[in-house]
Design a protein around this ligand. Structure first.
Ligand SMILES: O=C(O)[C@H](O)[C@@H](O)[C@H](O)[C@H](O)COP(=O)(O)O
Length: 284
């Protein structure tokens, strides 16, 4: 049984600070351990959520030369197109830190969706060969150090949408979709076995847009309904943490709110540690 930890911050600003510290700590840990840090980004609001990494102390502490950056999903458009997740990340984050360009793995935007998915999967396999990317010893799927993900109001993550057949894909590392309900329709995406092989997944959800999905994902399980895609994140051997704020969790029960208030008090009087404020939600 895998567990998710839920961290509820008072504000979006506090989420951004917490996420920067979490990412910077993991970056140090993995670079010390194996000389590289493999980070997967999503599109959407996530890029704004990681902005504090661009500020002191993190911008100076992080060993950017050792980062390797990937996308959990990408729209099949040119890299300069306003819909491109690469462009979003480049303009808002990657252009501001000294990550070597050869460590930034954008999709090949001259290919069709089918070929771009094949090409991306092949490049991941080459990175496994060269030792940059680890693999799960149990499943053989690639094991990224950290995935920084967002969730949509329908509970989707990456380009894995409710009731879509791609939710059941269990062979491919990277696949394509041509009927994404969120525009644009044509995309490539990591599959669940890849997401679930991760060492760490941070699910970042702030504001009121996703309150219903957060309530369903973290509230009492309704066995009569289909699982939301986000509920299918069950890491084999990793840490799954929600970074949320009060608004996003406003539909959760009083237990969540009480525990968070108690933790905030402990932190104010200097007795709470960051990890101490997490509370565990059993999954499965
Ligand atoms: O290409 C995309 O559409 C994104 O990668 C997608 O998976 C995103 O992360 C979620 O839809 C959440 O998006 P928001 O943060 O904008 O709600």
């Amino acid at each position: 049984m895998a567990a998710a930890a839920v961290q509820v911050f008072a504000t979006e600003e506090a989420v951004a600070n917490g996420l920067a510290k979490y990412t910077s700590d993991l970056s140090k840990k993995f670079i010390h351990k194996r000389g590289a840090f493999t980070v997967v980004l999503s599109g959407g609001y996530l890029i704004k959520s990681i902005r504090k990494l661009l500020e002191p102390p993190y911008v100076d502490e992080v060993d950017w030369a050792k980062w390797h950056v990937f996308w959990v999903d990408e729209r099949v458009v040119h890299k300069t197109h306003p819909d491109s997740n690469y462009k979003l990340a480049y303009d808002g984050f990657l252009s501001k830190v000294p990550i070597p360009p050869k460590h930034i793995y954008a999709i090949n935007d001259s290919l069709s969706a089918e070929d771009a998915a094949d090409d991306y999967e092949l490049r991941l396999k080459q990175l496994v060969e060269s030792g940059v990317l680890e693999v799960s010893t149990t499943t053989g799927f690639p094991r990224f150090d950290l995935m920084l993900l967002g969730m949509g109001p329908d509970g989707h993550l990456a380009s894995l949408f409710p009731k879509h057949h791609l939710l059941r894909e269990n062979q491919r590392w990277v696949t394509f979709i041509k009927d994404s309900p969120k525009p644009p329709p044509v995309r490539i995406t990591f599959t669940f076995p890849v997401i679930n092989a991760s060492a760490h997944v941070a699910m970042v959800v702030v504001g009121t847009g996703e309150v219903d999905a957060v309530g369903r994902a973290l509230g009492r399980r309704d066995s009569s309904s289909d699982l939301l895609p986000v509920q299918m994140v069950t890491l084999e051997d990793g840490e799954f943490i929600w970074f949320t704020d009060k608004e996003a969790t406003s539909k959760l029960g009083s237990l969540y709110r009480c525990r968070n208030r108690f933790q905030t008090l402990l932190m104010r009087i200097g007795m709470g540690s960051f990890t101490g404020s997490w509370f565990r939600k059993s999954k499965g």
